[in-house]
Write a protein that binds this ligand. Structure first.
Ligand SMILES: Nc1nc2c(ncn2[C@@H]2O[C@H](COP(=O)(O)OP(=O)(O)O)[C@@H](O)[C@H]2O)c(=O)[nH]1
Ligand SMILES: [Mg+2]
Length: 404
């Protein structure tokens, strides 16, 4: 089953790497490591859902994920992309390298310095001097121009060939854009919404190609604004301005999350990602500096914003923007166990509108072919292949083969 990839993008110095370090700090040890090769800038982070263990009143034995205080943490991959500067699409800065990383992402966390303490090129400046709204505008333009440039390359030849051979332009474009995680259904929708289906591809104007690029980017790379550095004074007003402009925004302090996770890792505090508070375990063991750093996080971030925003941003990206559905497969719907008797061992993420047979195929291709029906454990109801998997469903697949 293909797990989604979260891309961290933004200007230099806005806090992407801090966010990455905090989010990938292994506070959640998992036995069954699902990813093999991991590059330096690719890490494992977790999205969290309310586990079903409490609803069923059982003690679970998580395998592919972790259950902490009733929250189930599910691993997903995240890539920290090199910083983007204006003109990256033309190769400025680390432009090409950047775009090569972002190509594979399914959803983007656009990290901005909400305190306005970094200039357009990512150099530190006095807080409040830079406008994060302008950053968002330039970053969106970079993405759009990048896709536009790919579309435009060889366009005349491709358009002529498609017309001559009577090929469907949606198919041709989908092939061209496949490496960017742009799906055929996105291409179809974008072409349709712009009324381009009725027009010969050789007649599509440059402006129409630009609009198409923009539309495709919005469909295929949904983005969440991570308004970072909210611990600094001018940030709060900018968060409001970003929201007024219609963006999905999560206020965030990556640095605060890093402080908390490191303190938790060392056993100084008890803190679970996403929490609105933490507990100091052994106050006498903390230095004065450590205590004051923790108090600052409490006062400037947690009390004001309800959390550091790191976990919230990850969860928002996967569950709200991508509409992913968390599902617990089991073999025994009474005991909620797998074939080894482990209770609610796994939690998987599946795309929206996944059907019961699709799910069977994601678990094991053979299971889709021999699928008979499924059982939804909360209602103990038998459901057919077209049943749409719901968020936090517990599902048993029944097949003619019987699964090994
Ligand atoms: N005040 C504040 N500074 C932060 C925060 N997150 C990151 N920084 C600082 O911003 C600077 C750039 O961070 P870094 O993660 O390297 O940014 P990147 O270039 O986007 O990867 C560093 O000095 C960080 O300590 C935050 O939440 N609050
Ligand atoms: Mg960095």
């Amino acid at each position: 089953m293909r797990n989604p990839l979260i891309g961290l993008a933004g200007k230099p110095n806005v806090g992407k790497s801090t966010f990455f370090s905090a989010a990938t700090l292994a506070s959640v040890p998992i036995a069954n490591y699902p990813f093999t090769t991991v590059k330096a800038n690719v890490g494992i982070t977790y999205v969290a859902v309310d586990c079903v263990c409490r609803e069923f009143g059982v003690q679970d034995n998580p395998v592919n994920s972790a259950c902490i205080g009733g929250r189930r943490f599910i691993p997903v991959k995240m890539v920290d992309c090199p910083g983007l500067v204006p003109g990256a699409w033309e190769g400025r800065g680390l432009g090409n390298q950047f775009l090569d990383e972002v190509r594979k992402a399914d959803v983007l966390l656009l990290v901005v310095d909400a305190a306005g303490s970094t200039d357009m090129d990512g150099k530190p400046c006095k807080p409040g001097l830079n406008d994060p709204l302008q950053d968002v505008a330039f970053l969106e333009k970079e993405f759009d121009m990048w896709i536009f440039q790919i579309l435009k390359k060889d366009w005349d030849r491709i358009a002529r060939k498609a017309e001559t051979l009577g090929e469907n332009i949606v198919g041709v474009l989908s092939e061209k854009l496949a490496g960017l995680q742009i799906r055929r259904q996105d291409v179809f929708r974008a072409v349709d919404e712009l009324g381009l289906q009725a027009k010969k591809p050789t007649r599509w104007t440059e402006g129409e190609l630009q609009n198409l690029a923009k539309r495709l980017r919005k469909l295929a790379k949904p983005l969440l604004i991570v308004a970072n550095k909210i611990d600094l004074e001018p940030a709060e007003e900018n968060v409001a301005r970003l929201r007024e402009a219609g963006y999905a925004v999560v206020p965030c302090s990556a640095e605060a999350e890093l402080v908390l996770r490191r303190a938790d890792e060392k056993g100084m505090i008890e803190y679970k990602p996403g929490d609105k508070e933490f507990k100091i375990l052994q106050p006498q063991k903390l230095t004065v500096e450590q205590t004051s750093a923790l108090r600052a996080v409490e006062e400037k971030v947690l009390k004001k914003f309800g959390s550091t925003g790191v976990q919230e941003a990850l969860d928002f990206a996967l569950f709200r923007l991508l509409g992913m559905v968390a599902i617990f497969p089991v073999e025994d719907v009474e005991k909620l166990t797998d074939h080894e008797g482990r209770v609610l061992p796994d939690c998987y993420l599946v795309p929206p509108d996944t059907g019961a047979r699709d799910l069977a195929g994601m678990i094991h291709s053979e299971l889709a072919e021999t699928f008979i029906y499924a059982v939804e454990a909360k209602s103990k109801r038998r459901v057919g292949e077209d049943y749409r998997i719901k968020h936090r469903d517990v599902i048993k697949i029944v097949s003619s083969k019987g699964r090994a």
